[in-house]
Design a protein around this ligand. Structure first.
Ligand code: 6GU
Length: 224
């Protein structure tokens, strides 16, 4: 999969994909992430990419021209399956959405800033609008990093254990069960006996029970 990210702050996205699982995904050639500085397509030599909003009011709006020119230039390189605008008024990201994006080949992510991007770009180029939750961030970059991570780890071959993404919280609408490692006794608190029983069926049943119980207690909405 290839992901292009259009941003006014490429520096902010320099490191999130250079560690751990995203790093491995790229080293294995399963994922390529490329950030593009929107200022490259600025309307003048001052690097202008935003302007005052029609109708008045505080806050700048990202202009049509730099975005349209950038999108068109990048689209010559690749046919995008989706052009995704990261915005608090987009559809809320969940595991199902991440799963569905993970099946695509080429994605273009657009990070919003200030008051957002001109509505005409949303209408004419953007195919999906995504929010990562009901709170406001100062820009779309961190949201883009979250989206890339959520998608990237789902690509076949990225996770060491091919099945491990399938047992994540949310993957089956249940939260993950509790996990333990050594020592067996930590300051008087013991690992549940069943996990050391060696009985795989019993362990599987226990984990499933724990998942259901956890989900009932913490996220009953997931069980609906
Ligand atoms: Cl995608 N962008 C911004 N600026 N704020 C957000 C968001 C995105 N998702 C949640 N809050």
């Amino acid at each position: 999969m290839h992901i292009d990210i259009l941003t006014v702050l490429p520096e902010l996205l320099a490191s999130p994909f250079e560690h751990s699982i995203m790093k491995r995904a790229q080293e294995k050639g399963l994922l390529t992430v490329q950030t593009h500085a929107l200022r490259k397509w600025a309307v003048n030599e001052y690097g202008q990419i935003d302007d005052y909003q029609y109708g008045g009011g505080a806050g700048m709006v990202m202009m049509c021209e730099p975005l349209a020119n950038a999108i068109e230039e990048l689209s010559k390189e690749r046919a995008y399956d989706d052009i995704i605008y990261l915005t608090p008024d987009g559809a809320r990201l969940d595991q199902k959405m991440a799963n569905s994006f993970s099946l695509k080949h080429n994605l273009l992510l657009i990070c919003g800033h200030y008051k957002g991007i001109d509505e005409r770009i949303r209408q004419q180029y953007v195919t999906k609008e995504v929010s990562i939750g009901d709170y406001v961030l100062s820009g779309g970059e961190l949201a883009a990093a979250v989206l890339v991570d959520a998608i990237g780890r789902l690509l076949p071959g990225v996770l060491g254990d091919e099945t491990s993404a399938l047992t994540d919280s949310f993957q089956d609408h249940l939260l993950a069960p509790p996990v333990y490692t050594r020592p067996v006794d930590f300051r008087g608190h013991r690992v549940p006996d069943v996990l050391m029983s060696g009985d795989h069926k019993k362990i599987e049943d226990w984990r499933y029970e724990q998942s259901i119980q956890r989900t009932k207690e913490r996220r009953p909405d997931l069980l609906d």
